[in-house]
Design a protein around this ligand. Sequence first.
Ligand code: T5A
Length: 210
Amino acid sequence: MPRGRFITLEGGEGTGKSTQARRLAERLRALGREVVSTREPGGSEGAETLRGLLLQGGEERWSALSETLLMYAARRDHLEKTIRPALARGAWVISDRFLDSTRAYQGAGGGAPEGLIAALEKHVVGDDLPDLTLVLDVPVEIGLQRAGARTALDRIEARDGGFHQRLRTAFLQIAASEPLRCFLIDAEPPPDEVAASIWSAMQARLGVSA
Ligand code: T5A
């Protein structure tokens, strides 16, 4: 069985990742593919438990360094229990966030050491980098407005505008520095237009048809 494909969606708050991850999964399933839809932090039983610890509570609950270690504990469980078995049986995996979120949120946003994050990527993710990372970009104020209209903000979402601006810059830099893996998507237009841009990226990068 050939290995499946691993697709991640990244970006700041309210950029429309969950909406587009759902639509992309539906479109691939309609073509007859097995699709595993998952998310981070989370995506396996252990990682979902860690998600609760990470996103609830006050701002001071964890430092950026502790968040990095917890995110990577969750990511290892997610990879071992969900992502690697799915790819091995030929399924396509779509993850709402993955390793670029740690680079942006804990690294660029929170100041956790880049060297530590790089070492964790190497030891935990290894060769299982995404085949395609869709980096969804909208101006910070639009993203926060969308996220705030949907639910109460969690402890990470509630950080100040300067933090979210650093995230946006970091995601743009990641997209520019890894052009073979990443594809930058203008996520400001209505959902149908964003979905069309994403499908074009899927055709160009992964050769999907229809
Ligand atoms: N985190 C995660 C880290 O700090 N480090 C890490 O390593 C990882 C993996 C996860 C949090 O964890 C942090 C980042 C996050 O703060 P979450 O609850 O999973 O939190 O939330 P987010 O991933 O941030 O996702 P959001 O739900 O905030 O936003 P999405 O998924 O980008 O947006 P979505 O699709 O839910 O849409 C939000 C609203 O906008 C509307 C939708 O209908 C919805 O109401 N919308 C649009 N409106 C207009 N035009 C469009 N094109 C729209 N697309 C969606």
